[in-house]
Design a protein around this ligand. Structure first.
Ligand SMILES: [Zn+2]
Length: 315
């Protein structure tokens, strides 16, 4: 007896992963470029074509699938099955009837959820949060995403914010203006989008290897650190303090058994997680225990695999 099968899409900032998923296995997948220039409406035909292609590759009939599940990089109402707010990309998604479009295209029920929430569901069912009742996920990358799961259930809410905007917890009083309108958010103080500004601010006026960069990623920051660049070392120290403060805030908010870290920055897990763990051990108020911090086990597949537990909740 086969388990549930889903057509799953994980729409991120630069590409959309399209897959056929069954239980904890991705049967076939293919990536579509999606930089947001043609909006969400412009991307839909390519998603449809690619999903039919992965069905053929996996030799699965569309009728064997129970739903199309979309992991979206924005604020989502899973109950109303629509996008409530976006952050610079796919802004037209809030005006689209995605449920109607996917139902017409595939003749299947449609589910949508925030991408970090789906990643946490995936990690909870098949990865680093398996066996826990209470877990928090933090994704460190171009932005900072998050999700919480309490008493075995994903934390969801009418307005879609619960658990997902942890990256917009203020951690620096009067800090840098964030894209959300708040000041000193963890995202504004410790994510790739703001990294050039963070680098220059930590710089103290001295020239560094990356001083003239308009964009930079953490891979370049680590390369500069390895070359002995002092501003790069200071920028990473700032980010480590920001992520540490954020982790303690999330532990105090949700009382998790584990905090799972994903996102591109975690490629340097060995330089990051022990420092955060040390801070949490010293500063989180969790009497008699220390909350373990773990790297995501499923990598970029987590949100796709989260389609299965989301279907189990919703169908
Ligand atoms: Zn913010």
């Amino acid at each position: 007896m086969p388990g549930l099968t889903a057509l799953a899409i994980d729409l991120g900032g630069s590409h959309a992963a399209c897959a056929v998923v069954r239980d904890g296995t991705i049967l076939a997948s293919r990536s579509v470029p999606a930089d947001g220039t043609s909006g969400m409406a412009g991307l839909l035909p390519a998603l449809k074509e690619t999903l039919f292609e992965v069905l053929r590759t996996a030799q699965i009939n569309r009728a064997e699938c129970s739903a199309v599940v979309l992991a979206f990089c924005g604020i989502v109402s899973a109950r109303e099955k629509r996008v409530l707010a976006t952050n610079a990309k796919f802004n037209d998604a809030t005006r689209l009837d995605l449920e109607g479009w996917f139902k017409q295209a595939f003749g299947l029920p449609f589910l949508i959820e925030n991408d970090a929430r789906l990643a946490l569901l995936g990690e909870h069912s098949f990865g680093a949060a398996r066996g826990t009742q209470d877990a928090v996920m933090v994704t460190l990358g171009s932005g900072i995403g998050g999700a919480a799961l309490l008493d075995g259930r994903l934390l969801q809410s009418k307005h879609g914010l619960a658990g997902t905007i942890g990256g917009h917890m203020p951690v620096v009083l009067g800090g840098r203006l964030c894209s959300c309108g708040n000041r000193g958010c963890a995202e504004a103080e410790g994510s790739t989008v703001f990294l050039p500004e963070i680098y220059r601010q930590q710089h103290g006026g001295a020239e560094g290897m990356l001083s003239n960069r308009k964009t930079m990623g953490f891979a370049e920051l680590f390369a500069a650190i390895e070359a002995g660049d002092k501003p790069a070392i200071a920028a990473l120290e700032h980010c480590l303090r920001v992520w540490s403060a954020l982790t303690v805030a999330l532990i105090h908010a949700y009382d998790p058994e584990v905090v799972v870290f994903g996102g591109s920055v975690l490629k340097r897990e060995a330089e990051i997680l022990p420092r955060l763990q040390e801070h949490v051990a010293a500063h989180a108020w969790t009497p008699g225990r220390t909350v373990p911090l773990r790297p995501a086990a499923l990598g970029s597949d987590a949100a796709l695999l989260g389609a299965i537990p989301l279907m189990e909740y919703s169908l």
